[in-house]
Design a protein around this ligand. Structure first.
Ligand code: PLP
Length: 358
């Protein structure tokens, strides 16, 4: 197996891939591969339901929340959230913590009134604004945050217990990485391709009360109420992605759930942050310490030549996906749930060895 540090699509648990390999040809003695099942078949309806209940169990999702499996990626949620939830005569507040929250705001502004109410842009998104500094107007339709900033490598650590308007969170790159207090949120969305499975399915967890805001004149495919009414089977769903999501959730449950995943994620992240912090400035972390992400570790080296030598040697040693996003430069190691601790240990060792050689 490659040492895969891609930002998404990303590594999947080996056990998941091994099981899927068998079921590609013959799913539960049906004589059909899992991709060949009709989405109206009993087998697929069971996959759909089991996947939902696994997610409910793992994230402790209360009954007054609906779980939806949609398409269009997290990017379509940038549009669907304001289309469904932004009320006439009201505005939405956005906290800007990186490229993805900027994009979410830009799309919302095409639908209605939305504005940034806090931002860490002036510090090149090295940190997360504190929740006590965020002043949400009580008449706002909602407040939007991005819990983990995949590109800049920052993450919210003190998430709010309750905000006075519905809190909407893009959790694409950290859902299922730590325990979550769902009742603090009005809506959570996440593209699957980082912690949940392959690309193709987007998870939406929405408080049932908020479904009332979805106007019947919205296009059906963009209407949360339509998808809730049809149990995410309004049209042909991405059956293979939902099946993989089920396998990943079963795997997460089998290893001890989100508490165990959080422990592992902390351990993995500290291996790399230690390599950075003990390097005497050879590696510089992009994020400020208190805002560091446990999922995406971003760092730079002294200059472009050294960075490209690092990336070149890393690639020769079998490390995949370590180049930083073009807007930050340097390097980024994405260490989602499925990246084994041993792979991260190898990377930490490689970073230390490279520093000593250079
Ligand atoms: N939000 C975050 C935090 C992301 O990391 C990404 C993609 O990397 C997106 C949104 C966009 O997701 P998608 O490609 O599923 O539309």
């Amino acid at each position: 197996r490659a040492l895969n540090f891609n930002a998404g699509p990303a590594a999947l648990p080996e056990a998941v891939l091994a099981r899927a390999e068998k079921e590609m040809m013959n799913y539960q003695d049906s004589g059909m591969g899992v991709m060949e099942l009709s989405h109206r078949s009993k087998q697929f309806e069971a996959i759909n339901e089991v996947t939902k209940s696994l997610l409910r169990g793992l994230l402790n999702i209360p009954d007054d929340y609906e779980v939806l499996f949609l398409q269009g990626g997290a990017s379509l949620q940038f549009t669907m959230v304001p289309m469904n939830l932004l009320e006439e005569g009201s505005a939405a507040g956005y906290v800007l913590t990186g490229t993805w929250s900027e994009k979410a705001l830009k799309e919302a502004q095409k639908i209605g009134s939305a504005a940034a109410i806090a931002s860490s842009k002036s510090s090149n998104y090295k940190s997360i604004p504190s929740f006590t500094e965020i002043d949400v107007h009580p008449d706002s339709s909602y407040l939007h945050i991005t819990t983990n900033n995949t590109i800049y490598g920052t993450q919210w650590h003190d998430l709010p217990k309750k905000v006075n308007v519905p809190l909407i969170a893009d959790m694409s790159s950290d859902i299922l990485s730590r325990p979550l207090h769902v009742p603090s949120y009005g809506l959570i969305y996440a593209g699957a391709q980082k912690n949940l499975g392959p690309s193709g399915v987007t998870v939406v967890i929405i408080q049932k009360d908020l479904l009332k805001r979805s106007r019947p004149d919205l296009p059906s495919m963009l209407n949360y109420q339509v998808h809730a009414d049809s149990k995410s089977l309004y049209n042909t769903p991405p059956t293979l992605s939902v099946y993989f999501l089920m396998l990943v959730l079963e795997w997460a449950e089998s290893i001890g759930g989100v508490k165990q995943l959080e422990l592992q994620n902390k351990e993995k992240a500290s291996l790399l942050y230690d390599a950075i912090d003990s390097s005497d400035g050879f590696y510089k972390g992009h994020a400020e310490k208190e805002s560091r992400s446990l999922m995406n570790i971003t760092y730079t080296l002294e200059n472009e030549d050294l960075t490209s030598t690092f990336l070149h040697e890393a690639e020769k040693s079998g490390f995949i996906g370590l180049a930083g996003h073009r807007s930050v430069g340097g390097c980024r190691a994405s260490i989602y749930n499925a990246v084994p601790t041993e792979h991260v240990e190898k990377l930490a060792k490689f970073m230390n060895d490279f520093r000593l050689r250079n």
